[in-house]
Ligand binder design. Structure first.
Ligand code: GRF
Length: 192
């Protein structure tokens, strides 16, 4: 694997499963002069991912893979990543867990954004769990991806106070706004 620094932008793939607001935000970020990455490929595990539309609007290559068999899916994804000379991967609302074998091939070059203050609330439904537990703060974390879910080394974290008026939806909206600032900041940090 190439080193992550240099004059040229690092070719990056974004993996999604849903709306793709983080994807859109990363594409916009990648277009600024100072950004160290270019988004060259969008991968999804489902053709229903709304975020796939950004591939068309920003003219970025996209590909949907069937994860019915993880090993086969990862093998196909790996070949495509090699073919497209992708050297960095951002998971953004990607709902599949990648195998250790795949992650090792991109060691230290796969990052994820998670909508909680990790290590608190790994996994799903983070906002309702934070409210139920009467947490004072919510937030988001960008971290390296390892084979254990939401457990890799933290890169950056951002937090906000939970208001008594918050419900999981209002909190999700607030945290998503933070996510859109945090993800580019974490990428800048990695490549600085
Ligand atoms: C974000 O909250 C992300 O942290 C989580 O899933 C959500 C995806 O949102 N993993 P979007 O698809 O980027 O809009």
């Amino acid at each position: 694997m190439e080193k992550l620094t240099g004059l040229k932008k690092t070719k990056t793939a974004v993996f999604i499963s849903g709306t793709g607001s983080n994807l859109k935000n990363l594409i916009k970020f990648s277009k600024i002069k100072e950004a160290p990455i270019s988004i060259d490929l969008i991968i999804s595990n489902t053709s229903l991912a709304k975020g796939l539309r950004f591939a068309d609007s920003f003219k970025i290559k996209k590909k949907v893979f069937d994860f019915g068999n993880l090993k086969i899916a990862e093998k196909k994804i790996y070949s495509l990543l090699k073919k497209e000379r992708i050297n960095f991967i951002c998971l953004a609302g990607f709902m599949k867990v990648l195998s250790e074998e795949f992650i090792k091939k991109f060691d230290g070059k796969i990052i994820n954004i998670h909508p909680s203050l990790l290590p608190r609330h790994k996994g799903l439904n983070t906002h309702s769990r934070a409210i139920k537990k009467k947490d004072r703060f919510a937030g988001c974390t960008v971290h390296y991806v390892t084979a254990t879910l939401d457990s890799g080394k933290k890169i950056l974290q951002s937090k906000i106070k939970i208001s008594v008026k918050d419900n999981p939806d209002t909190l999700a909206k607030k945290v998503l706004k933070l996510e859109h600032k945090l993800y580019p900041a974490a990428i800048m940090k990695i490549f600085s």
